[in-house]
Design a protein around this ligand. Structure first.
Ligand SMILES: Cc1cc2nc3c(=O)[nH]c(=O)nc-3n(C[C@H](O)[C@H](O)[C@H](O)COP(=O)(O)OP(=O)(O)OC[C@H]3O[C@@H](n4cnc5c(N)ncnc54)[C@H](O)[C@@H]3O)c2cc1C
Length: 422
């Protein structure tokens, strides 16, 4: 379904509550008698924004952001580096010094190894931190045990941006013309539903320009293209006829790193010169260690209004790790969820009424160096279902491949990374 931008803005206006805008409700809520210390785990799309908005809304709350790295590399736009549009990952890399200084956030570079919900403490490689409220936004972990023989040094996933992305690009550069790239896509849900299909487009573009006679075989475990199907098919036909060989319902279960083959359901073997295996995913490792994962063994159930874990009190899970109903696992969703979560943590600590959840997502995908497409949605809580659902009529894709969408996309990534880092 396509949707006029004007209609979308109207819906966004109607759907965007105070929570999206970071305004706490004023009416009186249950009396809060706890302390004012918040710890945030993960300095990515969700964590940076939760830490920042809590401090922006109430500077009397002490916020500590714990992240294992001293920098963060954005997955959004990393496919453009694989396609050769970006020369390196520097424009996608942020540091934490300005965020810390501008908002008085204590940033600690450390690995979080444990969470004690009863003691309200977090154990890290740099010591123990006490909290009154904890926000967990650790992204995803890979279910590599479901792919026998998997070794990401041979068949990179490049599904966490950084050295893996650089490795995959080097492998593409080193491949001989006329070679075969194999890309395997796991069963949904996974981080960024349109991401694998944007990657297919970007690798195909690279092959078309730099490796004549080469092709990319896409082995999709899903029965069909998961997101923006019509637009991807249109773009592939327009730009990459004969280069992309898309095969649905092909689940990779085993690999042979020496023979450079993947095995589908133990039967069909496919050989590649470069193999990009995106394994199935689950919540970040720390969420499993802390007992935040639900009965599905993969993702963290949360209260859709506050993102508080339904399993552990005073711990909120946002971003890819959480089960956020209809909201896709995207950076924009994580950003939106972080603002709702921050708003309601601040409201609770100030004995104010909670604000109704309202979220927004737009995911852009590049089809060529100049053309992109997008999918957009506005989300709220359905009180009967007690789950996040899409606002009726709000979800839609852009009408066609468009150079203007590519301009919007460039602006989106610049804005969101600036918001995360300043
Ligand atoms: C190729 C690709 C393209 C994408 N394109 C888009 C796009 O165009 N638009 C979009 O909206 N989304 C896109 N996404 C999805 C987006 O990257 C994720 O949805 C988003 O990063 C999720 O945010 P998060 O906070 O949950 O996790 P992350 O952003 O991954 O942040 C998690 C952070 O937690 C840290 N961490 C984890 N565990 C620990 C620990 N134990 N101790 C300390 N630190 C820890 C990690 O180091 C990391 O910095 C894309 C993803 C991929 C792979």
């Amino acid at each position: 379904m396509t949707m006029e931008r004007r209609n979308f803005l109207k819906l966004l206006g109607a759907g965007a509550s105070a929570a999206t805008l970071g305004l706490a409700g004023c009416a009186s809520g249950p009396k809060y008698t706890g302390g004012r210390k918040v710890v945030v785990i993960g300095g990515g799309y969700g964590g940076t924004i939760a830490a920042k908005y809590i401090r922006m809304m109430d500077a009397t709350i002490e916020v500590t952001l714990i992240e294992r790295n001293d920098h963060f590399v954005s997955c959004p736009f990393s496919n453009l580096y694989l396609g050769g549009i970006l020369p390196d990952l520097s424009s996608l890399t942020i540091k934490y010094d300005k965020l810390a200084a501008n908002h008085g956030i204590k940033v600690v570079q450390a690995e979080v190894t444990g969470i004690d919900a009863a003691a309200h403490s977090v154990t890290t490689s740099a010591g123990v931190f006490k909290y009154d409220s904890l926000v967990v936004s650790p992204g995803v972990e890979f279910r590599t045990d479901e792919i026998k023989g998997y070794d990401h040094d041979v068949m990179p996933h490049a599904w966490k941006a950084g050295p893996q992305t650089v490795l995959l690009r080097k492998q593409l550069e080193a491949m001989k013309p006329g070679g075969t790239v194999v890309l395997s896509i796991p069963l949904a849900p996974f981080r960024c539903p349109p991401g694998p299909y944007e990657r297919t487009s970007m690798i195909a573009m690279y092959l078309k320009e730099h490796k004549p006679g080469s092709k990319i075989i896409v082995l999709d475990a899903n029965p069909d293209i998961v997101s923006k199907k019509g637009l991807f098919l249109k773009g592939w036909k327009k730009h990459y006829e004969g280069i992309i060989d898309y095969r649905p319902a092909k689940k990779v279960t085993e690999v042979d790193n020496k023979k450079m083959t993947v095995l589908i359901e133990g039967i069909e073997e496919v050989k590649g010169d470069v193999i990009n295996v995106i394994p199935p995913q689950k919540a970040g490792h720390i969420a499993h260690v802390a007992g935040l994962v639900g009965p599905d063994g993969k993702w963290c159930p949360v209260n859709p209004m506050t993102f508080e874990s339904t399993l552990k009190k005073d711990i909120h899970v946002i971003g890819d790790s959480s089960i956020a109903g209809a909201m896709p696992k995207s950076g924009y969703s994580a950003n939106s969820e972080a603002k709702v979560c921050a708003t309601n943590i601040v409201a609770r600590m100030n004995s104010r009424e909670l604000t109704e959840m309202s979220g927004v997502n737009t995911c852009y995908s590049f089809l060529s160096a100049k053309e992109a497409v997008s999918v957009t949605g506005v989300y709220q809580v359905d009180k009967e279902k007690h789950a996040i659902v899409a606002v009726k009529g709000s979800v839609g894709v852009s009408p066609d491949l468009s150079e203007l969408e590519a301009v919007y996309a460039q602006s989106w990534v610049k804005n969101i990374l600036t918001e995360m880092s300043t």
